[in-house]
Write a protein of this length. Sequence first.
Length: 325
Amino acid sequence: MSETTDSELADAVRAGDRRALARAITLVESTRADARARAADLMARLLPHTGGSLRLGITGVPGVGKSTFIEAFGALVLARGHRLAVLAVDPSSTRTGGSILGDKTRMEQLATSPEAFIRPSPTGGTLGGVTRRTREALLLCEAAGFDVVIVETAGVGQSETAVADLVDLFLLLLLPGGGDELQGLKRGIVELADLIVVNKADGELEPAARRAAADYAAALNLLRGGEALQPEVLTASARTGDGLDEVWAAIGRFSDRAVVIGAHAARRAGQARAWLWSEIDAGLEEAFRRHPDVAARLPELETRVVAGELTPAAAAAELIRLLEG
């Protein structure tokens, strides 16, 4: 692609062209060396036009209905006059590397709205519930004029909390269940949540949902009582729409409070720092694997480690010496 065409792509993204945005995200997700150079140029052009969105991360336990919740909640966001982008991160197929679940097919109404953009992306085996390039995709959505960006993670658990390094507010969806489910949750993700919503609070499940919300609120008070940004616990039903207005209001209260006490700026600064070190780590690993001496020695050392003849620490130390030498 020529320099002029790259410039045109950036201009098209800035103009809110959804097809151009999709092409731009495909470019930044590419692992090809030529594409990486072009992606870096594109991001440099668009970076000054980013940072103006409300960034929301949404995760949840299996069966909680994340996609259904996001579609219903997204409809409310659109009705409030916002433009919404959803980055739905799916587990990867071990055979093709592609998306297994295809969240776009489960958000049919949002997918047809001209004010919404949905991008399902495979994790590519990346831990943390997000893809390696979710950060760039989020910034591209901001440059395209989407003022609310939702990152839906691939799951829930200790390895899914990397989304907290991307967003302004981390929303955890839970099922009516209360104590037993609370005991089974990973403590780390509960400690990172900025807002907890007990979904499916309708019909016969509504009383159980309210009891569960009270249990979670009590547990959070023990775990995180006294924090400047104390998480709220709410109930909602994506099926009926009940409680979604309260969820949006709670997000607004959290965001306003975060700005007033300086937490919003501090969080984004910390996220930029974490992104830098993430890129350094990934780049060093790639450079390590490409090093000719390391590549020549690695198969033998790996075989010896597997056979129990050499410790992983000793093998790693020898390979690092080759890299340094």
